[in-house]
Every structure is written in structure tokens, then in C-alpha cells.
Design a protein around this ligand. Structure first.
Ligand code: ADP
Ligand code: TRP
Length: 339
């Protein structure tokens, strides 16, 4: 790479707060998996963040396993990417505290996702309020350069940049200033045309199949244009989803059918259903196989956690020193051993 051989470090996280859906796939996972070939990749399951909304311990543990299986089935390669659980790196909440002391409260007051979540009835806990600080710690502790995410997370990355700059100015230059990176499918609509989201109950899950999948696709909201009339594909939720799973040629062909008239939304839904199955069918089989051998996913996460933690500890040695905190006793012993 141009920067004297230094590779870009990508980092991203996904919360285990429910089954992953097409919005998560096209807005996040697909891009994460592609980027594992373009630089160093660190991906984690944000189980600390999920505690802001999931307080059933069994549900949290199960969703964590589900996200791991989803990523591995969809092509995350543990030989290329460091894949781990957020909670395997307890240095992250430590850095979050350090960052919170150099971050103005006003910055957090401006977070739109906090306001949205509270408006939707989520308890405004301190954890929910400080969510962007924990997220900044996730990004900065591995000194990441690029954070691939969907549109709704961009403000959090901007806040991370502010926090990194505040730390660097207060103490010394430890953190690179990270940038976000948006994927093409940045805003996937749900069944009702709003942004697809677990919290809106309008999702199509990545690993949904059979009758459940059929019912959902058939329930996608469309307007009442009669079958014979020409239709504008760009105003249709079915078409917006179709363009994510079909080839460029198939998309152009369907757009032509919409405009010509005589093509009903029911036909478009059938075509969409087929394409979803063609797109995710092979991954479904792989996921079933992985689910039968849970020790494999557990081993991947444990190993990834150890690698991520070593990176985090190296950063925290610098942070502690810069802030006037003594070294962690264990880290100090480790450093002494290494001479
Ligand atoms: P949800 O809204 O279902 O709770 P999350 O907030 O956990 O989803 O999002 C996980 C990742 O998936 C984030 O990077 C987010 O930007 C992306 N994402 C979620 N929903 C969509 C969507 N409808 N379109 C594009 N990206 C999305
Ligand atoms: N807040 C992100 C989401 O809901 C998940 C997340 C936590 C994250 N820490 C992160 C994403 C760090 C990117 C980088 O989607």
C-alpha cells in the first residue's frame, strides 16, 4: 500500500440485539467481509453495547452466538480477519472512561441516535447516553483507520474523531483520526418502506427461509397502482430490495417491466423471493453446518479475542502513561517478561 507498506486497519462491530437482517447485511456485513482482503480487519460482536437494550442474559448470550454463526457462514475468514467478542477486551470500557473525561457533555447531548432511541421508548440509562464513548473506545483502542458502517452510524464516527482529537490535544498524539466508509446499499428499506430495523419490526432476516420468508416478502407495502398501469420502479420498496439481490441486467429488465405496465407488484414479489433464496441459499447450508459444531465458532472467537486484547493492552500502556496512571500490574509484568 502507498503508505510505506503500512496497511489500513478496518474495524467494525455489530450488536447482538436480535437476528441479523438484510439491512445489516447490505449496510454492514457484506462490506466487512469484502474488506478482509483489503487490509487488516478487526470485527467484533458488540455485546456491551447490546446491554443498553437487551437485559435478558439468555437472549444476549444466544444472540452473540447467532451473530458469530451469521458472520462465519457469510464468509468471514478467521485467517484474514480478527473476529471477537467486545467483552473479551475489558480494556475497552477502561478507555471509554478515559475518553469520557476529555469529552464535553454537549457533544453527547447532540447524538441523534440517543434521542431517537429514547423517543422509541428505550430507557435513557447512563449506558445509552454514553454509548458513543464506548464506541469511540472500540475504534480507538485498536488504532483503527477506517470504520465501515451504515448511514445511521456516521455521526458516531464523527464524535469518535472529536474524542480522539481531544485526547491527543490533552495528552499526546496516540490515536489516528479514523474515517467512516459507507457501503452502496447504505439504507435498506424494510417491509413498510421505513429503514429496515429490528426495532421497527419490519425486517427480513438473512437466514429466514420457507414460508416465513414468503409471508414477509408478500407483505411488503406497495401503492395501489392497478396491474395494467405503468409504475415507477424507483418509488417501490420491492424494487429497492430486488436491486440488492439481482444482477445489473436483471435489475434493468425489471425496471423496464415496471415502466411498461401490465406487471403487478405480486409478480415483482415472486421474483424478489426467488432472488433472495438464490443469493442466500448456499450460506443457509453453511450456517446449519456451523451450528452443529459450536466449538468451532467458540474457538474462533476465543483466538480473535486474545489477539484483539493484546493490541488493546499495547494501546492502554501508552494511554495510561500519557494520562499519569501507573501501568496495569499484569501488563507491566508481561512487558518485563518480554524484556
Ligand atoms: P438495527 O437498526 O436493526 O438495530 P443496528 O443498529 O444493530 O441495526 O445496525 C447494525 C449495522 O447494520 C450498522 O452498521 C447499521 O448501519 C447497519 N444497518 C442497520 N440497518 C440498516 C439498513 N436498513 N440499511 C443499511 N444499513 C443498516
Ligand atoms: N453502534 C454500532 C451499531 O449499532 C455497533 C458498534 C459498536 C460499532 N461499536 C462499534 C460499529 C465500533 C463500528 C465501530 O451498529
Amino acid at each position: 500500500m502507498a503508505d510505506q507498506g503500512k496497511r489500513v486497519r478496518f474495524l467494525s462491530g455489530v450488536q447482538p440485539s436480535g437476528r441479523l437482517h438484510l439491512g445489516n447485511y447490505f449496510g454492514a456485513l457484506k462490506q466487512h467481509i469484502a474488506l478482509q482482503d483489503e487490509g487488516e480487519a478487526f470485527y467484533f460482536i458488540a455485546n456491551y453495547h447490546a446491554m443498553t437494550t437487551v437485559q435478558d442474559p439468555k437472549a444476549l448470550a444466544q444472540a452473540t452466538v447467532d451473530v458469530a454463526l451469521d458472520y462465519l457462514a457469510l464468509g468471514l475468514d478467521p485467517r484474514k480477519a480478527v473476529f471477537f467478542r467486545q467483552s473479551d477486551v475489558p480494556e475497552v470500557p477502561e478507555l471509554a472512561w478515559v475518553l469520557s473525561c476529555v469529552t464535553g457533555k454537549g457533544l453527547l447531548d447532540r447524538a441523534t441516535s440517543y434521542k431517537d432511541k429514547v423517543a422509541r421508548g428505550i430507557t435513557p440509562s447512563m449506558g445509552l447516553y454514553a454509548y458513543p464513548v464506548l464506541m469511540a473506545a472500540d475504534i480507538l483502542i485498536y488504532r483503527s483507520n477506517v470504520v465501515p458502517v451504515g448511514e445511521d452510524q456516521v455521526q458516531h464516527i464523527e464524535m469518535t474523531r472529536d474524542m480522539a482529537a481531544a485526547f491527543n490535544a490533552t495528552y499526546r498524539e496516540i490515536f489516528p483520526i479514523p474515517a467512516h466508509r459507507l457501503d452502496a446499499g447504505a439504507k435498506v428499506p424494510g417491509l413498510d418502506g421505513q429503514k429496515m430495523s429490528k426495532s421497527y419490526g419490519n425486517t427480513i432476516e438473512i437466514f429466514e427461509e420457507g414460508n416465513d420468508l414468503r409471508k414477509k416478502v408478500m407483505s411488503i407495502v406497495t401503492d395501489s397502482t392497478p396491474l395494467e398501469a405503468p409504475k415507477d420502479p424507483d418509488k417501490c420498496n420491492v424494487f429497492a430490495l430486488y436491486r440488492l439481490v439481482a444482477s445489473a441486467g436483471e435489475v434493468a429488465e425489471m425496471a423496464g417491466r415496471y415502466r411498461a405496465g401490465g406487471f403487478g407488484y405480486g409478480d415483482a414479489k415472486k421474483a424478489l423471493l426467488e432472488k433472495i433464496s438464490a443469493c442466500f441459499g448456499p450460506f443457509r447450508e453453511e450456517r446449519k453446518r456451523l451450528a452443529r459444531e459450536p466449538a468451532y465458532a467458540e474457538g474462533v472467537l476465543a483466538e480473535g479475542g486474545a489477539r484483539a486484547r493484546a493490541e488493546a493492552q499495547a494501546t492502554m500502556r501508552l494511554v495510561r502513561e500519557a494520562a499519569g496512571l501507573p501501568p496495569m500490574p499484569a501488563a507491566a509484568a508481561g512487558a518485563a517478561r518480554r524484556g
